[in-house]
Ligand binder design. Structure first.
Ligand code: GZL
Length: 351
């Protein structure tokens, strides 16, 4: 009897254990799948990946393609699922891309606004959908007294006004060396994309600073958009040089790509770039360093495109519920590089 009772108890134990195990699988409740707290996420390799929707301006310049590479490589390295779109410098394409990210219910939306205004509706839609937005590179302005800061978590980028001031400061500091014996200097300004934050702010910073000159008088003779592209920068420079080749002392370019395009126009006009016509640009792309090392370009004010790692840190902080720890504005550290430094600095350049 005793033996039979013992066997019955053992059998009951075996049966109850097997039901427990099956119950976990069949119920699918996951409750018995749940490992001891704190390890489920680590051990469960089907953890939901963060999804970031990024609406890029385009591929208009060396700076932009470096910016895109930084974002794509950083997302991969961070294990973040990146949905990426190239708007070909058209605002309507960026707005459509943002709307598609909202429809897909991505976790975070980031974008570099091609122009400052026209974002009110789509930023309201993202806010209403509860999807946090990060601005990278360029800023927005809202209409009707709305505060732009209420529509995004943070702005990650550069101080464009300061970049314009730095370009002017190079000319102020080097006037006697660059323009020996001249008292009046004629500047031609190649502007960035009309309505974009970098074009507006770089122009404001440069134009205000350059008139503070004391020993020579700088005049901005002509100013026109080359849309941040090499081809359009070359076209505008060609049109100016047809009539003003002997008058142009300085070409100030809102980005290096337009300045590099202008080099070709200057040589075609029979002038020596970097000597007859001083060229100052912004971005700090490799092509500018190569041109400076060749004596055809004089100064490039750095604008850092490599913000991918910082963007992924911001996205992860948001998803970890730490949005309150993120500053409203995060600026890049940037320098100024001249012809004298270019050859030595070139091997260090990352874009
Ligand atoms: C600046 C960026 C500008 C670059 C250009 O942060 O928005 O756009 O200066 C690029 O090269 O096209």
């Amino acid at each position: 009897m005793k033996m039979r009772k013992m066997l019955a108890v053992i059998m009951a134990a075996v049966v109850s254990l097997s039901i427990g195990a099956c119950g976990a699988d069949s119920s699918g409740s996951g409750s018995s799948n749940a490992a001891p707290s704190g390890t489920a996420a680590a051990s469960n390799n089907s953890e939901k990946k963060i999804v970031l929707g990024f609406a890029q301006v385009g591929a208009e310049s060396g700076w932009r393609t470096a910016n895109t590479t930084s974002i794509q490589e950083s997302a991969k390295g961070a294990g973040i699922d990146l949905k990426f779109s190239d708007a070909q410098q058209k605002q309507e394409n960026q707005i459509s891309a943002i709307r598609s990210y909202i429809a897909q219910k991505v976790d975070v939306i980031a974008f570099s606004p091609v122009v400052e205004t026209g974002w009110d509706a789509v930023l309201q839609e993202a806010k209403d959908a509860g999807i946090p937005v990060v601005l990278t590179d360029r800023a927005v302005k809202m209409e009707g007294g709305k505060k732009a800061e209420d529509y995004y978590v943070t702005f990650l980028g550069s101080d464009f006004r300061l970049e314009g001031e730095r370009a002017a400061q190079y000319l102020l500091d080097n006037a006697s060396k660059l323009f020996p014996g001249k008292k009046e200097i004629s500047i031609y300004e190649l502007e960035g994309t009309v309505g974009s934050a970098p074009a507006i702010d770089r122009k404001e910073g440069f134009d205000k600073k350059i008139v503070t000159s004391t020993d020579v008088k700088f005049n901005i003779v002509k100013s026109q958009s080359g849309n941040f592209t090499r081809a359009e920068g070359q076209q505008v420079a060609e049109s100016w040089l047809k009539s003003d080749a002997d008058k142009m002392d300085v070409l100030f370019c809102h980005n290096d790509d337009m300045g590099l395009g202008a080099i070709q126009a200057i040589e075609a006009a029979g002038k020596k770039p970097g000597k007859d016509i001083i060229i100052v640009g912004i971005d700090g792309v490799k092509g500018a360093f190569e041109a400076m090392a060749a004596g055809k370009y004089n100064c490039s004010v750095e604008c850092n495109p490599l913000i991918g790692p910082q963007l992924m840190d911001i996205v992860r902080k948001i998803m970890d519920g730490k949005t309150a720890d993120i500053p409203k504005r995060i600026e890049s550290e940037e320098g100024v590089f001249t012809q004298e430094q270019a050859a030595a600095e070139l091997p260090n350049r990352k874009y």
